[in-house]
Design a protein around this ligand. Structure first.
Ligand SMILES: Cc1cc2nc3c(=O)[nH]c(=O)nc-3n(C[C@H](O)[C@H](O)[C@H](O)COP(=O)(O)OP(=O)(O)OC[C@H]3O[C@@H](n4cnc5c(N)ncnc54)[C@H](O)[C@@H]3O)c2cc1C
Length: 383
C-alpha cells in the first residue's frame, strides 16, 4: 500500500496536516493508535485558548494571524463552529513577563488592545475578581477553539478529498531509504514518499532525537458551575492567562460542559512516560485547583462539574519543534508544543505540509522553532 505522505498521530496537529496535504492533491494515509478523537493525549477537554498578543515570543504573532485564517477556512469547508471570539485577558503584576510580554507583542504587531487595571477588568467583565492593582492586556480577537470538534472537522475534510484515515492502528516503527519510507503498524506495512510524525506526547518513542527535548507532563483541568451563569458565557467572559501569587493559570468561558474551565500551568510538576501518567483526576487535583477559582472567580466557583487529566509535552525552552528529522529529510517532525500549541494546529498543519512536499521549504518564519536553535544546546544533535 503506497501513499505520497503518511501522517502518524491523528490528534490536533496530525489531523490538520492530513487536511492540508489532501488539499494539495497528496495521497495521504493517517494512522492513529486510539480513537478519533480520544481522551488519552493532549487535545481533549472540549476547548483551547487562542490569543494574539503572544507573551511567550512576538515571533509567534505572524503564525497566529495565519492560524486564524485557516481556522475560518476549516469552518467554511466543514460547516462546524471551530473558533469563538471572546476577547483575551493577559494579566499579572506590572513587572511580570506575562503582562509585559503580551504588551510588547501587541505593540510590536500593532494589535488592537487596551491596557486595564484589575479593577477595570472586574468592572467590565463581572465574572472576574482580580486584585485591583493587577495590570491586564485586553485583546478583542482572543477566543476559544473547539479542539476535539476541530480534529473531527479536519479529518472529515481530509477524507472528503480522498485521505485514508485509520484509527486503532498503532505505528510500531519506521525506516527511510533513498526511495521513501516504510511504516510498520500492529496491522500492516505501508510505503510512502514522506512521513510526518505528529505523535504528541509519544514523539520521543517514534523519533528518539526528540526524547530528551519533548518531556510529557500531566495537567488537570477543572470545570466549576457558575453561580451567575450570565457572567461566564463566551459573550461576557474573555479567555485569560493570569499570573497571581498561586502561580500561572489559564481559563475559558462555559462551552458545552456546564462549567467555566481553568487550569494551572505545570499543575503538580508531574513528568513521566505518556503511558504511565495518571489519567484519572483525584481529590488532590481538585484541592489544588478550586481555591484559585474561589478567590479570583467567586461567582463562577459553584460545585465541580468536571475534572480531566491531559498531557503537556515540554521542550527545554517551551517553544515548539517543527523541522525535518536530523537524519532523514523525508521525515518531518512536530513536537506537541509545550502546552500552548493547539491554537496553532491549523497553521502547523500548513507548515508540515510545506515541509513534506516539493522542496520542503516553507514561507513561514519558523527559524526559532527549528531543531538547530541555540536554546536546545545541541541536545538534538546526532549521537
Ligand atoms: C490541559 C491542557 C490545556 C491546554 N490548553 C491550551 C490552550 O488553551 N491553548 C493552546 O493553544 N494549547 C493548549 N494546550 C496545548 C495543546 O492542547 C497541545 O499543544 C496540542 O493538543 C498538541 O496536539 P498534538 O497533535 O501534538 O497531540 P495529540 O492531539 O495528543 O495527538 C497526538 C496523537 O498521536 C497519536 N499517536 C501517538 N503515538 C502513536 C503511534 N505509535 N501510532 C499511532 N498514533 C500515535 C496519539 O494517540 C494522539 O492521538 C493545552 C494542553 C493541555 C494538556
Amino acid at each position: 500500500m503506497t501513499y505520497d505522505v503518511i501522517v502518524v498521530g491523528i490528534g490536533g496537529m496530525g489531523s490538520a496536516a492530513a487536511w492540508q496535504l489532501a488539499r494539495r492533491g497528496q495521497r495521504v494515509l493517517g494512522l492513529e493508535r486510539f480513537d478519533i478523537p480520544h481522551a488519552m493525549g493532549s487535545s481533549h477537554g472540549v476547548t483551547r485558548i487562542i490569543r494574539l498578543p503572544y507573551y511567550e515570543d512576538p515571533a509567534y504573532v505572524p503564525l497566529l494571524h495565519r492560524a486564524y485564517e485557516l481556522w475560518r477556512e476549516a469552518e467554511a469547508a466543514t460547516g462546524a463552529e471551530l473558533l469563538v471570539t471572546t476577547g483575551s485577558i493577559d494579566a499579572g503584576p506590572e513587572d511580570d513577563a506575562l503582562f509585559q510580554g503580551a504588551l510588547a507583542s501587541a505593540r510590536l504587531h500593532d494589535l488592537p488592545h487596551e491596557v486595564l487595571t484589575g479593577a477595570a477588568v472586574n468592572e467590565r467583565f463581572p465574572g472576574y475578581r482580580l486584585p485591583a492593582g493587577l495590570r491586564a492586556v485586553f485583546q478583542p480577537q482572543g477566543g476559544l477553539v473547539a479542539s476535539e470538534r476541530a480534529i473531527v472537522a479536519h479529518v472529515g475534510a481530509a477524507q472528503a478529498l480522498g485521505a485514508d484515515i485509520r484509527a486503532r492502528e498503532r505505528v510500531l516503527g519506521w525506516d527511510a531509504d533513498g526511495d521513501g519510507v516504510r511504516v510498520t503498524t500492529d496491522k500492516a506495512e505501508y510505503r510512502a514518499g514522506r512521513l510526518v510524525l505528529t505523535a504528541g506526547a509519544w514523539a520521543g518513542e517514534l523519533a528518539p532525537a526528540l526524547a530528551p527535548l519533548a518531556v510529557p507532563e500531566r495537567q488537570v483541568l477543572a470545570w466549576l458551575q457558575p453561580r451567575r451563569p450570565a457572567w461566564f458565557g463566551p459573550d461576557r467572559f474573555p479567555v485569560f492567562n493570569l499570573m497571581v501569587e498561586e502561580g500561572r493559570y489559564y481559563g475559558l468561558p462555559v462551552y458545552e460542559v456546564p462549567g467555566f474551565k481553568f487550569g494551572r500551568y505545570h499543575h503538580q510538576n508531574e513528568t513521566g512516560a505518556p503511558d504511565t501518567l495518571l489519567r484519572e483526576p483525584d481529590v488532590a487535583d481538585e484541592a489544588l485547583l478550586r481555591p484559585f477559582g474561589e478567590r479570583y472567580f467567586p461567582d463562577g466557583s459553584g460545585p465541580t462539574m468536571a475534572l480531566r487529566a491531559c498531557m503537556f509535552t515540554n521542550t527545554p525552552d517551551e517553544h515548539f519543534i517543527l523541522d525535518h528529522h536530523p537524519d532523514n529529510p523525508r521525515v518531518v517532525l512536530a513536537s506537541p508544543c509545550s502546552g500552548h500549541g493547539y491554537k496553532f494546529c491549523s497553521v502547523i498543519g500548513e507548515i508540515l505540509a510545506d515541509l513534506a512536499t516539493d522542496d520542503g521549504t516553507t514561507r513561514h518564519e519558523i527559524g526559532f522553532l527549528r531543531l538547530a536553535r541555540g536554546a536546545l544546546n545541541g541536545l538534538a544533535e546526532r549521537p
